[in-house]
Design a protein around this ligand. Structure first.
Ligand code: TYD
Length: 200
């Protein structure tokens, strides 16, 4: 079973995935991974995408690099884990490219879906979208020492990312479950674990 976690900045996905994995591991084999990255080559591409020293990355290049990292990650990590019958918990996947690149960067869904054709052939069974006002999310990460190139985007950009996610969630209502990001991490963990168990 392939499960992805989506949301804007500061929604707590990383902690959430660790918590959910810990509970599921009592009964199941679990692989946790993330995008962009998740394998050596994809992590190298991640550095080009997110390192603030590469300010010249254009929107098209960004979308293409993300699609390349995703293809590598699918072949090296996600598909082998699914073949082993693991539960795969992935921090971000194609919906991030739809919200950030297609919607917020205005590249359009058609283009982003086209360059991600390999990912569209390998879609998650279930996606948890953690919905949170970017004002709250960004204030949660304001004490971080390091900001990546996308964290540094304008507030307006992060508002568009949220609008994009909300639109995508309404486009795929059977796959995407929207979770209220103002709930506590423990509440969200419980909610997600019970949804996963229902789907297993
Ligand atoms: P991540 O490390 O999950 O950041 P955070 O901890 O802030 O959630 O993701 C890095 C950034 O990459 C994040 O700002 C979202 C962005 N991103 C895209 O724009 N498109 C994509 O397809 C993916 C996977 C990530």
């Amino acid at each position: 079973m392939f499960i992805t976690f989506e949301g804007g900045e500061g929604t707590g996905k990383t902690t959430l995935i660790q918590n959910v994995a810990k509970i599921l591991r009592e009964k199941h084999q679990v692989t946790t991974t993330r995008e962009p990255g998740g394998s050596m080559i994809a992590e190298a591409i991640r550095d080009i995408i997110l390192n603030p020293k590469y300010q010249g990355v254009t929107p098209y290049t960004e979308a293409l690099l993300l699609a390349a990292a995703r293809a590598q990650h699918l072949d090296e990590v996600i598909l082998p884990a699914l073949r082993r019958k693991d539960i795969v918990l992935c921090d971000r996947y194609l919906d991030s490219s739809l919200a950030y690149q297609a919607y917020a960067r205005n590249l359009g869904y058609d283009f982003v879906l086209k360059i991600n054709q390999y990912a569209t052939q390998n879609m998650p069974n279930l996606t948890f979208y953690i919905d949170l006002d970017p004002e709250v999310g960004l204030s949660r990460i304001s004490n971080r020492e390091k900001y990546d190139r996308l964290d540094q985007e304008t507030f307006h950009f992060h508002l568009k990312v949220r609008q994009g996610y909300q639109e995508i969630a309404s486009m795929y209502p059977l796959r995407i479950i929207t979770v209220d990001g103002t709930l506590s991490i423990d509440q969200i963990t419980q909610l997600i674990v019970s949804q996963i168990e229902e789907h297993l």
